[in-house]
Design a protein around this ligand. Structure first.
Ligand code: HEM
Length: 459
């Protein structure tokens, strides 16, 4: 098939999303809305204006979709914009002081140490692990599909976790995966959402949910120590060459110090958390979109079958349609739906005065559906990302963020999502059981509001 063309007979698909409010919500309704779905509080205005300001709990909040404003906050004036106390409060029990949460000198050091493990070359080495875990998952799903509709979301979450475990820590996650998923699910349901006091109180003051969060952290740390101990017990730590080895061997170029045991644990937690839920939801939404668009599904399946079973080398050139479907999925359902910062000092962003303590938000969800930045933004159209398509405006497409704090795992995630989707679509014809639309409900990541049943038949 011509890689530059849409599949023949493609009809326009607008996947279902909750209708944004017509007008700005009152403060309490806004907070209630974003607690159940982080994308649901913004009114239609946000999708039409490049900057909008509203006051929330006595703080000025600026939503920025203006390209120069985004560049200013995320690229040019990074030291002035730090993670908000509410994000730190909610994420720290899970991620400790790992790369995602840390700031300043501590962040720079961690990023320097970790970067070599995530270069395109380093990712290439991991492809065989991605493929073997995917093939095993497909065999399990095929067996389950004989009995009826399959909970593909659950299967994809386990797959992403298995891939994270194997590639980063040489640990088979089948032993730990179930407990890990239960802990994450329990945390996300209650403690992982910001409550009113989390938004109001400065970080040094305790908020009521900090107590159950601290209890969770104790259980979580015990669990992570078990995973790391299992890895160490394998006895091949010096030779496996995975991320954990790299972390253990890392020394600060200035002080010569290595990571402490606690720091090591926080990096493990950060990579597992940041790296598996995001990719699992990407794959779920991609499978959902393909189930709604049989033409694209057949095109991806055909491309995957033509590419053959051996995808270890040169797979990127052989899967342009699959990659375009992943890119379009990340546009319509960006797993990281919002990037939030708090200003440390006065500034001007997109012509708006900013004071210390103001919150600046850049929402990939809004940006990717913005009426001023995209043609037919609500429609699923992977052609936007095929080679030869018109260039995407700078700063209009930010599924992985931008600037020094851009996602360190982006290449890894794109490889994993593209390969796993190609394998999945190459193996099965996928349809959704029933007619209930699957709606995005963004909590920490942009999740589906329910796990749809997928009917899978062998191709
Ligand atoms: C489709 C999958 C993924 C998406 C959409 C995604 C998205 C993002 C975004 C938007 C950021 C920037 C946040 C900000 O500026 O505040 C980020 C940061 C980060 N991501 Fe990802 N990510 C994905 C997969 C991964 C994977 C696979 C890993 C690790 C293996 C990972 C690890 C991280 C880490 C550690 C950071 C913090 C980087 C820093 O602050 O220096 N992510 N991610």
């Amino acid at each position: 098939m011509d890689a530059h063309a849409a599949p023949a007979g493609t009809s326009r698909l607008v996947p279902p999303v909750p209708e944004p409010p017509e007008h700005d919500l009152s403060m309490l309704r806004f907070i209630a809305a974003i607690r159940t779905n982080g994308t649901a509080g913004w009114s239609k205005r946000a999708y039409e204006e490049l900057v909008s300001r509203r006051s929330l709990l006595g703080r000025s909040n600026l939503m920025v979709s203006d390209p120069d404003g985004i560049r200013h906050v995320l690229v040019d004036n990074v030291p002035n914009y730090r993670r908000t106390p509410a994000s730190v409060r909610v994420l720290r029990p899970m991620l400790g002081d790992g790369l995602l949460i840390s700031e300043g000198q501590a962040w720079r050091r961690q990023r320097r140490v970790l970067a070599p493990a995530f270069t395109p070359r380093a990712v290439e080495v991991l492809v065989p692990h991605i493929l073997s875990a995917t093939n095993e998952a497909i065999a399990r799903v095929a067996a389950a599909a004989e009995a009826g509709p399959v909970d593909l979301f659950d299967a994809l979450q386990h797959l992403a976790l298995e891939i994270a475990g194997r590639t980063m820590f040489s640990v088979d996650m089948r032993r730990h995966g179930e407990r890990l998923r239960q802990m994450i699910a329990a945390y996300q349901t209650r403690l992982g959402r910001p409550h009113l006091p989390d938004l109001l109180l400065p970080l040094r003051w305790p908020a009521p949910h900090d107590i159950p969060r601290a209890l969770f952290r104790r259980r979580w740390v015990r669990f992570l120590d078990e995973v790391i101990a299992a890895r160490e017990a394998k006895g091949d730590t010096a030779t496996s060459g995975d991320l954990l080895d790299l972390l253990v061997a890392a020394r600060d170029s200035e002080t010569g110090e290595g990571f402490t045991r606690e720091q090591l644990r926080d990096q493990v937690a950060t990579m597992i958390m940041a790296g598996h839920e995001t990719t699992a939801v990407t794959l779920l939404w991609a499978a959902y979109l393909l189930a709604l668009s049989p033409e694209w599904q057949d095109a991806v399946a055909e491309e995957a079958q033509e590419a053959g079973a051996d995808l270890e080398m040169g797979w990127e050139d052989r899967l342009p349609l699959t990659r375009a479907v992943i890119d379009e999925t990340l546009r319509l359902y960006p797993p990281a739906h919002i990037i939030v910062r708090m200003a440390q000092g006065p500034d001007v962003v997109a012509g708006q005065a900013i004071a210390a303590g103001d919150v600046v938000a850049i929402s990939p969800w809004i940006l990717h559906r913005h009426r001023r930045l995209w043609l037919d933004p609500a429609a699923f159209d992977p052609r936007r990302f095929l080679p030869g398509a018109p260039a995407i405006p700078r700063m209009a497409y930010l599924p992985f963020g931008v600037g020094p704090r851009i996602c360190i795992g982006a290449q890894f995630a794109l490889a994993e999502a593209t390969l796993a989707l190609a394998k999945l679509a190459g193996a099965f014809r996928m349809t959704i059981e029933g007619t209930r639309p699957v709606l995005p409900a963004a909590v920490v990541t942009t999740q589906p509001d329910h796990a749809p049943g997928f009917r899978l038949s062998r191709r």
